[in-house]
Design a protein around this ligand. Structure first.
Ligand code: GLA
Length: 388
């Protein structure tokens, strides 16, 4: 199955490297590059409060994460407890004593944007009140609170039709009159890559990520199948980042970050920013890797070569004609991996190579660049044609 999927990815290479697919995307003017920010779920689960979100926003600003691009601060599930007599959604008053509007104002005051979570069904995944039948009302409420980003989940949605429900919420957000990113979260269960581009700015393609190497690779392999669909305003979402949560080595987290950047994935950090280690910070604020993710061409990179099943070369075309390349070693032994120029889509005599984790120029090469890659790691490169 995985191999079949990989062949499909190789087959779609021409599309991604050269020919543009027809334009079809949500025209709300947002997410022209993949959204970047922070979300509470991966680290805190239901344990959210206004105090926590304020402290995380403070840390995102103070650590430099904000200024390098992490803008959306998103509260995931469990902020809501009920609906009032008028059907208005009610926040947990013990955990959010000043209400969501005051929290959004605080986040905005930090130079950040504010995001929130709901669900298209009757209840959220954690059993809180969800949006079914309240689409226009909730969209108005969110707009009045100053929400900039909504993640809409798909639990407790039996019998509902995903494109219909998500389009309903897209329209409700448009009627509410505030520019709001719509993040579709139905885990790839209704083939969103076929219908989501004109509805949401991003859509999950996988189940929830776990903080381990196997889960990260599984989400990579699934998300990679839909590369041809991604474009500015409309992104495949292989789920949020686990960097800094402790379940992977630094090499594995560097691979996670590199591969998400190669796939033009949303970069939503999911750790405790207040206590992050220097190595977590160095990974999440690598400006050269972020530039690959945020490249204005907006193409999702693809698998372009493999020695099954463990050694792979991934490549992403960039606006300046260069290629971002990840040499990925999925095995548990060090191995040499070569990026040949035709395989990464460069039909030129020579290139310069820069290593984006070593922050070092490697020189000028013809034909290929080959290097030893440690186990469970990537070497990430920017490969630029030499102009004659
Ligand atoms: C689903 C989503 C997760 C998270 C939880 C919250 O599992 O996929 O990202 O939002 O719900 O309950």
């Amino acid at each position: 199955m995985i191999l079949l999927r990989r062949f499909a990815a190789l087959g779609a290479l021409a599309t991604t490297l050269g020919i543009s697919a027809p334009e079809a995307r949500l025209e709300n003017g947002l997410a022209r590059t993949p959204p970047m920010g922070w979300n509470s779920w991966n680290h805190f689960g239901c344990n959210v409060s206004e105090q926590l979100i304020r402290e995380e926003a403070d840390a995102i600003a103070a650590s430099g994460m904000r200024d390098i691009g992490y803008r959306y601060v998103v509260i995931d599930d469990c902020w809501q407890t009920a609906r009032d007599a008028r059907g208005e959604i009610v926040a947990d008053s013990a955990r959010f004593p000043h209400g969501i509007k005051a929290l959004a104002d605080y986040v905005h005051g930090k130079g950040l944007k504010f995001g929130i979570y709901t669900d298209a069904g009757t209840k959220t995944c954690q059993g809180r009140p969800a949006t079914l039948g309240h689409e226009e009302q909730d969209a108005r409420t969110y707009a009045a609170w100053g929400v900039d980003y909504v993640k809409e989940d798909w639990c407790n949605a039996a019998g509902l039709v995903a494109p219909t429900q998500y389009a309903k919420f897209r329209d409700a957000l448009a009627h509410a009159g505030r520019p709001i990113v719509l993040s579709i979260c139905e885990w790839g269960s209704n083939q969103p890559w076929e219908w989501a581009p004109p509805i949401g700015n991003l859509w999950r393609t996988t189940d929830d990520i776990g903080d381990n190497w196997a889960s990260m690779l599984s989400n990579l392999d699934q998300n990679a199948q839909h590369a041809a669909v991604a474009r500015p305003g409309a992104w495949n979402d292989p789920d949020m980042l686990e960097i800094g949560n402790g379940g992977m080595t630094d090499d594995e987290y560097r691979a996670h970050f590199s591969l998400w950047a190669i796939m033009a994935a949303p970069l939503m950090a999911g750790h405790d920013v207040r206590t992050m280690s220097p190595s977590t910070k160095a990974i999440l604020t690598n400006a050269e890797v972020i530039a690959v993710d945020q490249d204005s061409l907006g193409r999702q990179g693809m698998l372009v070569w493999e020695s099954p099943p463990e050694l792979q070369v991934w490549a992403k075309p960039l606006a300046d004609g260069s290629r971002a390349v990840a040499l990925l070693n999925r095995s548990s032994a060090a191995a040499k991996i070569a990026a040949s120029l035709p395989r990464i889509g460069l039909h030129v005599d020579s290139v310069t190579v820069r290593d984006l984790w070593a922050h070092a120029d490697r020189g000028r090469f013809g034909k290929e660049y080959a290097v030893e890659v440690p186990p469970h790691a990537v070497v990430m490169l920017r490969v630029t044609p030499v102009k004659r």
